[in-house]
Ligand binder design. Sequence first.
Ligand SMILES: [Zn+2]
Length: 210
Amino acid sequence: MGESLHEKAFREGISRHIPSVAVDYVINLLHGRGVEVKVVADRKTKTGDFRPGTPYQQHRISLNSSLSEPQFLFIFLHEIAHLVVWENYGRVKPHGNEWKQQFQKYVEDCVALGAFPKELEEPMLKHVRKGYASTASDPDLYRRFLQLSNKSVLFVDELQSGEQFTVGDGRAFQKIGKLRKRIKCYCLNDRKHYLFQPNAEVRRLESEKN
Ligand SMILES: [Zn+2]
């Protein structure tokens, strides 16, 4: 069966963003659903979204352009699950059971295809089995995606106790140690103690060595 020009262009477009072994899989999921897929400039508040169609407008899925291939595919599957749930069930809870089952199936299929790097397989399977509604609420997977997109990222739990660091607002801290699931740190500016999430992004303060 031949492909129309439109499908060819679409295939070329998404091939630039997702692992090649998953291209046919994604095209089959979208086939005949009447959806417009847009790759857009990065938004700070979201990586992708799905908007249901109206009588005048197709369904729309948008995805941030700078996502790494594995994250792009993962978020794409998240949004396609919204689309399919919308078509099958209409207005139900956005991240309810219908959506969770759909998303889990897609991710498991793509893991089976070998579409994701090996080190992401377990965190992704865990993510869908636990039913997380977003990557940002899953610290383990969130961190792995960050590491894929920016190798220089450093998390507070990677520092040794006693090391000093700064955070986004410029305040400086010294790491004390773990306190249950969080990291206790001492602020060098206001001399108070603070608890950090382990995956808080930090910059190491290099001490003078001479
Ligand atoms: Zn969602």
